[in-house]
Design a protein around this ligand. Structure first.
Ligand SMILES: NC(=O)c1ccc[n+]([C@@H]2O[C@H](COP(=O)([O-])OP(=O)(O)OC[C@H]3O[C@@H](n4cnc5c(N)ncnc54)[C@H](OP(=O)(O)O)[C@@H]3O)[C@@H](O)[C@H]2O)c1
Length: 370
């Protein structure tokens, strides 16, 4: 256990002041440091990963009235209507500190938590669950959405969410994993991806896409990556076996030319929109479709005959289980996953980091460091 510096009463944080453009993110150095409640720990944030949920929430994209993709324009300037919602259709309480993907050290503990935990190195599971609810509905608060997150020097989280972790990775590297990798692993668990099966991944260069590639490699699957042509070499180097440019005029034909007709066992999709129709067509009979994102457009037409007459399974994922996060921590500790740290920014430059995320030129993840 290492000795911890005293916890200051005020801290630096980037605070979201309301739905809208990037100007709604305000830097402050006078935010009261949270006090860990019963069963909670206070984590000194070493780094916090960026995720699209930060942008989706800020812009009100989760509001069902929004039908557009998450464009750079939307992410920078927000909408000029009253779109407002978090992922679970709830109202967001402002001011709110966002940031779902925290790596750091325990700085203090609340009542009913062993004081020996102070000094532990931790990776935080962003899903706060109520275990009394059905398994697929246990997520009640998401870090940085219904409770304050990690775009700050300190964050209070339930002690059970702060996983002790032993690794030579830096905090910035560790902060690339939560949110993307637990979601990606849950997608593969629910679709039951098996050794030797063919997986098609959309948005393959992004945070979730690169996680899906690495986690599918752990399972011994063959991977077809769909992304912008400029990212082909980096995705093949990461381990994808085949590559299809996402702007192919005939995406279905391009995939079938590589793997055969209706030969994909599982599609893991985070893009949706115009890709949704073609990727259902390449699935084999009895194939599985799993999705956790619709960055390319949330509403889309579907030929129900693809679902019915191929006996497809479909899985929507937003609620990774505690077991899934535990398995992710084991894979990290075992050195089985490569941190895809594209860039690290000071916390004060969170807006610049989000601007880079919105350009979608990255492969992997961006993080901020307080
Ligand atoms: N449900 C959950 O719990 C959960 C968790 C994590 C993420 N998500 C969601 O999953 C989606 C992907 O997240 P991520 O972190 O992987 O995002 P990311 O790192 O920003 O990557 C998104 C990728 O999608 C590709 N893309 C294809 N069509 C696009 C379009 N029309 N607009 C923007 N990008 C497009 C982009 O690259 P190319 O141009 O190379 O194709 C980009 O690499 C987001 O919608 C996010 O909110 C959901």
């Amino acid at each position: 256990m290492q000795t911890q510096a005293a916890v200051p009463t005020l801290m630096r944080a980037v605070v979201l002041t309301g739905h809208g453009g990037i100007d709604r993110l305000v830097r402050r150095d006078d935010v009261p440091t949270p006090t860990p409640g019963p069963g909670e720990v206070l984590v000194r944030v070493g780094a916090c990963g960026l995720n699209n949920t930060d942008i989706n929430t800020r812009t009100g994209w989760y509001d069902r009235k929004v039908e557009s993709s998450v464009t750079e324009e939307l992410g920078l300037h927000g909408r000029d209507d009253d779109a407002a919602s978090s992922w679970n259709k709830a109202t967001v309480a402002f001011p709110r500190i966002q940031g779902a993907a925290v790596a750091g050290h325990v700085a203090a503990v609340g009542p009913r938590v062993a004081p020996e935990r102070v000094g532990e190195r931790v990776l935080v599971d962003p899903c706060v669950r109520d275990p009394r609810l059905p398994l697929r509905a246990q997520l009640v608060e998401y870090l940085g959405s219904e409770r304050d997150g990690g775009f700050a020097e300190f964050v209070a989280v339930p002690a059970t969410n702060a996983h002790r972790i032993t690794t030579s990775l830096t905090d910035a590297e560790l902060a690339t994993f939560p949110c993307s990798y637990d979601t990606a692993e849950e997608m593969l668990v629910r679709a039951d991806l098996r050794e030797g099966e063919t997986l098609l991944v959309t948005g393959a260069a992004g945070g979730v896409g690169t996680a899906l590639i690495q986690l599918a490699l752990v399972r011994g699957s063959r991977i077809v990556a769909v992304a912008s042509e400029s990212k082909r070499e980096r995705l093949l180097a990461l381990g994808a076996h085949l590559f299809v440019p996402r702007d192919s005029a005939d995406l279905q034909g391009s995939v079938e030319a590589l793997v055969g007709e209706q030969a994909v066992d599982v599609v893991a999709d985070v893009v949706g929109g115009p890709l949704f129709g073609p990727i259902l067509k390449v699935l084999r009979r009895g194939g599985r479709y799993t999705t956790s994102g619709a960055i390319g457009g949330p509403t889309t037409a579907m030929d129900l005959r693809d679902l019915i007459y191929k006996d497809l399974e479909m899985h929507g994922i937003t609620n990774p289980t505690a077991d899934t996060f535990g398995r992710l921590a084991e894979l990290i500790e075992g050195g089985r996953l490569k941190p895809m740290l594209e860039a690290s920014y000071p916390l004060a430059e969170l807006s610049a980091a989000q601007e880079q995320l919105l350009k979608r030129t990255h492969v992997g993840k961006l993080v901020v460091v307080p």
